[in-house]
Design a protein around this ligand. Structure first.
Ligand SMILES: [Zn+2]
Length: 238
């Protein structure tokens, strides 16, 4: 007869199908999740309902860990690194529909917001498709306005408050476009440009240099849609 082993932290056991390990570090029987926590952090991480999501930053994207009502990991959403600051003050969870959503109070009114909407903009008239079908992939290259292409094209036209390109922003003080890119944990300044096309091209060059084959094609596709492919092809030949 097999002996039933029990995780001494959460109580799950081999009888219910969990693998239980013995941790020599703290001399306790632990399930794989708690065993890993000891190995990685040297302590058991207990989450409470009020803790914000853990966000893991990789080279080219970041993962938001989503929890169920018992604060166990349920799934992960992915976003561009440059959106981490925007999303990290909300508490995200996965809805039944598969979207990541946050609920918060605006005054005393309970409001909820979808992750991709926070990232792409709050205009209620625009819907976004998750191009790869994964509703938790909220990297900008994966989000496309869902209306007719012609309308989409018009909306994508740059204006002074939003360039429409990732990593290109309007500098109000200098009245000039600025390009930048996230490299590891650092934001690298790429330069100031009068023409948004030059700013976008500089950013795309940097994506090729720093992200290589793992880069998002969001900016390249947007550039081609607006201005044609000649400039992009020239970069790739150069
Ligand atoms: Zn456990």
């Amino acid at each position: 007869m097999k002996i039933n082993k029990v995780c001494e932290v959460c109580g799950c056991d081999t009888n219910s199908g969990y693998k239980i390990y013995y941790s020599k570090i703290i001399n306790m029987y632990l399930c794989s999740k708690h065993y890993q926590q000891i190995k990685l952090y040297g302590e058991i991480k207990q989450r409470t309902r009020n803790d914000l999501n853990e966000i893991i930053i990789y080279d080219t994207y970041a993962e938001i860990i989503l929890y169920d009502k018992n604060n166990e990991e349920k799934s992960r959403a992915i976003i561009d690194i440059e959106d981490v600051d925007k999303v990290k003050k909300y508490k995200w969870s996965e809805m039944g529909s598969g979207y990541a959503t946050a609920t918060y109070y605006r005054g005393d009114m309970k409001t909820s917001i979808l992750l991709h909407r926070l990232i792409m903009g709050l205009d209620e008239n625009i819907d976004y498709d998750h191009m790869d079908g994964d509703r938790k992939n909220c990297c900008k290259y994966n989000l496309r306005p869902a209306n007719k292409l012609e309308n989409a094209k018009n909306r994508l036209k740059p204006s002074t408050n939003s360039s429409g390109f990732t990593g290109v922003s309007w500098n109000k003080l200098k009245s000039i476009w600025r390009s930048y890119i996230q490299v590891g944990y650092k934001q690298k300044h790429l330069g100031y440009f009068d023409d948004i096309k030059d700013a976008a091209i500089e950013r795309i060059k940097a994506e090729i240099k720093y992200y290589g084959e793992f880069r998002s094609l969001f900016n390249e596709n947007r550039y081609i849609e607006l201005y044609g492919e000649e400039d992009i092809n020239n970069i790739k030949i150069a």
